[in-house]
Design a protein around this ligand. Structure first.
Ligand SMILES: Cc1ncc(COP(=O)(O)O)c(C=O)c1O
Length: 491
């Protein structure tokens, strides 16, 4: 509630306002940025978010107001000059123009920074905008990046095609996630660095093969080699806190779990205040000059969802672990970092914040594209288990075959090398419906497809909570109630 009516007679002059402003920032935050570090010692993302400033609405509303203005007025003409010279800024409640800082976007950014234990953050119009802006801020023409070969297809294409073509920024890809010998990792990763390497880049849990990166180890190698360590935490918000584990910068595709609604495209960059400030610099800043700006109305929507992200993550993880455990018992080839036999299970357990789980994504390898297509189609159109769609973090289960969709940017050979087999089905496990109902639907589809051996019938009996029921009991097997159009599409 910091605002006064500009038109009113008791309007404070700008100079007085700058001195007396009650607004916003912790003393530790740098001038011109206005990012709060939150109060107290950061222990956990939930604690971090709860310790960050609660922004009230202009009229005392429990929710912040939406500052929908593209531009901002001042009381004295000379103030604009001071704003452009960087003498006044959002830390003193002065704003210029919403492609630069916007109060609503800044408030969401503060919440996300608090969640990630970052000194600062700023939100963008998409995850790809966050990734490309950070890389273009940190690298100049001719620079070099060392990156994991297991990356989201869009990021892979950015690094392997777009950046070399437009900026001569090249990347050496390494299979960073499958080493189990530290000395070997050290040798291989260090050998990939050149005097021009500026960034070490990887995903916490890789899309779509669900390999888990050893963040402390990679961060220490990156730092030893003089690089900035940039980590995409899209698959594991709340679960992993890469900055606490040694990373410098965290990227999010906010479009996924953080949003949870599959209704907006958004992103965030979290890291040192000096980086965020440099990205907003009027002459050199990638966020300001490339302009991937988040709409304040979107920022408001996301800010309302952030407080229940931990609860949503717990349920995504809880259900994913349940399905993975039972699919494994059925003899299916399931990839899930929560399973003990996953190669990085104990690493994830060591790194993860306690009590949230091991991720909401699982992958099933059915051996062939035909089987994979048939299964996801049956799961959607016949038993209503989930939806055939890319993306993740939605309340309903989303299913896709990455080889022909989100990782189709990779060549066949690259897919093979990184474990993306043609029969791989990626599932973002949702939490709608009851667990019994969803398992029953999944089980029916697997049976219909002939994917279960006869010995797997024991798994028809599952225990959810304290109840033990047989899955083909009528009350656990509601009639699928699809509305199909004549083309067979769901309505
Ligand atoms: C791991 C990861 N990072 C980044 C992105 C890009 O995010 P956006 O679609 O918000 O641009 C995606 C998109 O699927 C992703 O899966």
């Amino acid at each position: 509630m910091s605002r006064r009516n500009v038109a009113s007679e008791d309007q404070e002059p700008d100079a007085k306002r700058a001195k007396s402003s009650s607004c916003t920032v912790a003393a530790a935050a740098p001038a011109s940025l206005g990012i709060s570090r939150g109060c107290g010692y950061w222990q956990d993302p939930v604690q971090g978010m709860a310790s960050s400033r609660h922004e009230f609405g202009e009229h005392g509303g429990v929710n912040m107001s939406i500052e929908a203005s593209a531009t901002f007025t001042v009381m004295e003409a000379e103030t604009l000059g001071k704003l452009f010279a960087g003498e006044l800024g959002p830390d003193m409640d002065f704003y210029i123009y919403s492609r630069h800082f916007n109060p609503t976007v800044l408030n969401l950014s503060r919440q996300i920074a608090a969640m990630e234990a970052a000194e600062a953050a700023y939100c963008t119009s998409s995850g790809m905008a966050a990734i490309s802006s950070v890389l273009l801020q940190l690298c100049s023409h001719g620079d070099h990046i060392v990156a994991s070969s297991r990356l989201y297809g869009g990021t892979h294409a950015l690094l392997s095609h777009f950046l070399p073509r437009t900026s001569n920024i090249t990347t050496t890809f390494l299979d960073l996630d499958t080493f189990d010998d530290h000395a070997h990792v050290n040798t291989i990763v260090r050998a990939a660095f050149t005097p021009s390497t500026k960034v070490l880049y990887f995903e916490t849990i890789s899309n779509p093969t669900l390999c888990v990166a050893d963040i402390p180890l990679l961060a220490s190698i990156g730092h030893d080699m003089g690089a900035i360590v940039v980590v995409d935490n899209t698959f594991s918000p709340i679960i992993l806190s890469p900055i606490r584990l040694g990373a410098d910068v965290v990227i999010h595709s906010v479009s996924k779990y953080i949003s949870g609604g599959a209704d907006v495209i958004a992103g965030a960059v979290c890291g040192p205040a000096s980086l965020i400030n440099s990205m907003m610099n009027l002459h050199q800043g990638a966020l300001l000059l490339l302009g991937p700006t988040m709409n304040p109305k979107v920022a408001f929507d996301i800010s309302e969802r952030l407080p229940h992200l931990p609860l949503r993550m717990k349920e995504h993880c809880n259900r994913a672990l349940f399905y993975a455990t039972h699919l494994k018992k059925l003899g299916l080839k399931v990839i899930y970092p929560g399973l003990e036999e996953h190669p990085q299970h104990s690493l994830l357990k060591r790194m993860a914040n306690t009590g949230y789980g091991y991720g909401g994504m699982l992958a099933l390898d059915l051996g062939s594209k035909e089987k994979a297509y048939k299964l996801i189609q049956y799961l959607q159109n016949n038993v209503q288990f989930g939806l055939m769609a890319v993306s993740l973090g939605y309340y309903d289960t989303l299913m896709s075959c990455p080889g022909s969709s989100t990782s189709s940017e990779l060549s066949e050979e690259q897919q093979q090398e990184t474990g993306i087999s043609p029969g791989l089905v990626r599932m973002s496990i949702g939490y709608s419906g009851t667990m019994e109902q969803r398992w029953s639907q999944l089980y029916e589809a697997l049976t219909h497809m002939g994917l279960l051996s006869s010995s797997s019938s024991a798994e028809r009996r599952i225990k959810v909570g304290s109840r033990r029921r047989t899955l083909n009991d009528r009350h656990l097997h509601p009639r699928v109630n699809l509305c199909l159009s004549s083309s067979g599409r769901l309505r």
